[in-house]
Design a protein around this ligand. Structure first.
Ligand code: HEC
Length: 304
């Protein structure tokens, strides 16, 4: 009897722990909702919010150059979201989408046979899932990004891995992401276990850590600083920051991966960027992608 009682108490205790631990994404979800609130409040009326968020501007400048009443989904086009002027620049860039060529090259790569007769298509029969990357692979216990999974496929088939910043890697991703966009998919990042929660927390920590002699974090520029000018550019918001990669940047003149862009920002912070397939890089991407949950997959795209 006693034995039975002890056993059922243990089972009860176990069930409670399992139940209370199923909400592994609770903290991340709170972060995401707070971030939406923050950006909607900041950009509901920039002139009115001058003292709180835009101290470097004159009220006149804010009245003239910024739109009012931006909503969550508006942020999906990055720094082009802030004003009509910026949006018309963006629309002009999109008139003759300069990334079409990359999508076509990516489509060819998809079915091109490896030496062993397989192809990328054998590894990735479904291309409508770009918005679910990065994800946690329970078998290898590692975070997987689009970039790392493509190179894993090449390596597993005895092929030479690709460079992670441009060329075929960016072109095949352009095709993959475009297939997901055309299927109408949104970002849908999962946090279903303790390991995933911890990976998210490390990615978030990376984002908020101050670096270099200027002690800048990603958030200094893309949360607090969003909407401000730095040199010739206006700082994009954290929300929707990775939904449109790979990107053809006019400055690069060719298409590049999200890792290429992030590395540039880390170098600007005076630091050595993490390797593109490292867990540190993928965890940073995991945090960024989670913050864009619910927003449409919108790549490839074009940026200045
Ligand atoms: C000194 C300010 C600064 C810091 C710090 C910084 N960035 Fe940036 N970042 C920029 C500028 C300027 C651009 C180009 C304008 C824009 O789109 O924001 C940019 C662009 C980006 C973009 C591309 C946005 C788009 O719409 O295509 C991403 C993603 C990004 N940064 C992520 C990061 C991450 C992650 C970190 C931290 C590792 C970081 N940035 C740190 C200034 C900064």
């Amino acid at each position: 009897m006693l034995n039975k009682l002890v056993k059922s108490t243990i089972i009860l205790a176990l069930t409670t722990t399992v139940l209370s631990a199923t909400n592994f994404n609770a903290g991340a979800e709170k972060d995401r909702l707070e971030m939406i609130k923050f950006f909607e409040a900041k950009f509901d009326d920039p002139a009115k919010n001058k003292d709180r968020f835009f101290t470097y501007f004159t009220e006149e400048e804010l009245e003239q150059k910024y739109d009012k009443n931006l909503k969550h989904m508006d942020f999906n086009i990055g720094s082009y979201a802030y004003s009509k002027d910026a949006r018309s620049q963006y629309e002009a860039l999109k008139e003759m989408p300069p990334y079409e060529d990359a999508i076509e090259k990516g489509e060819v790569l998809y079915t091109k046979k490896f030496a062993n007769g397989n192809s990328l298509q054998s590894c990735f029969p479904d291309l409508t899932n770009a918005g679910t990357y990065p994800y946690y692979d329970t078998k290898t216990k590692k975070m997987v990004s689009l970039t790392s999974t493509i190179n894993d496929c090449l390596r597993a088939n005895g092929e030479k891995e690709w460079g992670t910043k441009k060329g075929p890697m960016a072109e095949f991703q352009a095709y993959w992401v475009n297939e997901s966009k055309e299927a109408g998919k949104n970002f849908d990042i999962k946090i279903n276990s303790k390991a995933e929660k911890e990976a998210y927390e490390r990615g978030k920590e990376y984002y908020y850590t101050q670096r270099g002699y200027l002690k800048l974090s990603c958030a200094t520029c893309h949360v607090q600083g969003s909407g401000q000018r730095v040199r010739n550019e206006v700082l994009s918001p954290l929300l929707g920051q990775v939904t449109h990669f790979p990107v053809l940047r006019l400055k690069w003149t060719d298409i590049g991966t999200v890792e290429r862009r992030l590395s540039g920002c880390v170098v600007d912070q005076g630091q050595v960027p993490p390797k593109d397939e490292s867990q540190t890089m993928i965890e940073l991407l995991y945090f960024l992608a989670y913050m864009s949950n619910g927003m449409p997959v919108d790549g490839p795209d074009v940026r200045k």
